[in-house]
Design a protein around this ligand. Structure first.
Ligand code: HEC
Length: 162
């Protein structure tokens, strides 16, 4: 009897979480095909970076993990006048070349402010992660990595592209 109740409770909570999963309240951002392609390929780059960071942490290569995070997703490490699409600041540091790129395919101008802010919080989480990883402890580094992955999740729950 106890077992039956137990499975019933499990089944019910499973069903509830499935129902929640299927509710899609995302705001869909319209992008021209070329822009969407660029956006999604950046995303796949983020996924790859995340995978490489996890691999480096697993090997206890904290410095490598820091460099990967910084150079693929960080604001500071990507430097050299490069400007993230999510960056809303006026950016006198933005390259002329970068700006013409933006005009052509940039998705930054299509992203609502809230989405850009989520993007920037990913980039600063990557810089924070790099700092923490360089200071040593793997446990702390994992916690800081979670700040990165939860930025991915937050934006994916709120936005989509079409
Ligand atoms: C600012 C918002 C935002 C952030 C931050 C973000 N993403 Fe995305 N990502 C999106 C959107 C929007 C899509 C398109 C989803 C859709 O339309 O179903 C997407 C799609 C993807 C895809 C699918 C790519 C494809 O080819 O279809 C991957 C993989 C991905 N994101 C990985 C990540 C990872 C990993 C992170 C964090 C390191 C991340 N994203 C952070 C907004 C974001």
């Amino acid at each position: 009897m106890k077992k039956t109740i137990c499975s019933l409770v499990l089944l019910l909570s499973f069903n509830t979480s499935m129902a929640q999963e299927s509710v899609d309240n995302r705001q869909m951002i319209e992008m021209p095909p070329e822009t969407k392609q660029l956006f999604l390929s950046k995303m796949r780059g983020h996924m790859k970076a995340l995978d490489q960071i996890i691999a480096a942490l697993a090997e206890d290569d904290l410095d490598d993990a820091a460099v990967i995070a910084e150079t693929t997703m960080g604001i500071v490490g990507t430097g050299h006048g490069k400007k993230w699409e999510c960056d809303d600041s006026d950016g006198d540091h933005a390259h002329k070349h970068d700006q013409s790129e933006h005009k052509k395919k940039g998705f930054g101008k299509l992203m609502p402010a809230e989405m850009k802010a989520m993007g920037m919080s990913l980039h600063s989480a990557a810089d924070d992660f790099a700092d923490v990883a360089r200071q040593g402890g793997r446990g702390e580094a994992y916690k800081a990595l979670r700040q990165i992955s939860s930025s991915c999740v937050a934006c994916h729950q709120s936005f989509g592209v079409k």
